[in-house]
Design a protein around this ligand. Sequence first.
Ligand code: IDP
Ligand code: MG
Length: 148
Amino acid sequence: MKQRTLVLLKPDAVNRRLMGEIIGRFEKKGLKIVAMKMLWMDKKMAEKHYEVHRGKPFYESLIDYITSAPIVAMVLEGDNAITVVRKMMGKTNGQEADIGTIRGDYSMSVQNNLVHGSDSEENAKKEISLFFSDGEIMDYRLVDEVWI
Ligand code: IDP
Ligand code: MG
């Protein structure tokens, strides 16, 4: 089933110059980038995005982290994109994430784990609308789609 998912390259990905590496993995996998922008999240937006974590011990630190530097937000599209992206990200804790995943290969931290990916269709819809208007999401065909 064709799905769209929200992916964030978090402040550590930008600061560690890993944007290209991470975006390249998603491209090479066969996911389609249908929206992308760099932005600096403010506290209000961060609190909305991470609402489900409010009250958890790591919440304040998470808000500080995600607002500490620019991020890149993307909408990725593909067959079962939500699950595929979560698999490519690996477990939340970079020390536990399998080698071969983005976090497993590049993160040593449970907080500074480089990427965010939506975890359900419902959350994907909500998260995409927090970052992008309908007009910012591109409807186009890639010439290699028949091979993907
Ligand atoms: P996920 O990003 O793998 O879906 P969530 O449990 O939804 O993980 O947590 C959201 C984000 O909050 C994580 O990606 C990570 O940056 C941070 N986080 C989660 N658990 C902890 C923790 O125990 N300590 C510090 N930060 C955490
Ligand atoms: Mg999550």
